[in-house]
Design a protein around this ligand. Structure first.
Ligand SMILES: O=C(O)C[C@H]1C=CC(=O)O1
Length: 96
């Protein structure tokens, strides 16, 4: 199942810079592992925002929920999710 996810990161302005750096490094490590596993199919920065558009390819809504909750930055993100399905006019074969 494909899910389009918008993540907007809102770190507290008074967060300890070392804590923020650790959260970002841990987030990057997990994000890259999930990409290597094929679960996090797209990760795009939204220009001008500390936010991203992502596409996840996961087995279920439950797996999406668990994956998002594991993200180190989860407590500091606003998340919007939209489920994707095949468009009848799409010519692409791999947009499952
Ligand atoms: O920077 C972000 O958009 C938040 C998050 C998503 C992947 C990652 O490494 O950080």
């Amino acid at each position: 199942m494909l899910f389009h996810v918008k993540m907007t990161v809102k770190l507290p302005v008074d967060m300890d810079p070392a804590q923020a750096a650790k959260l970002k490094a841990d987030e990057k490590e997990l994000a890259q592992r999930l990409q290597r596993e094929g679960k996090w199919r797209h990760l795009w920065r939204i220009a001008g925002h500390y936010a991203n558009y992502s596409v996840f390819d996961l087995a279920s809504v439950e797996e999406l929920h668990d994956t998002l909750m594991q993200l180190p930055l989860f407590p500091y993100m606003e998340i919007e999710v939209n489920g994707l399905c095949r468009h009848p006019s799409s010519i692409h074969q791999d947009d499952r």
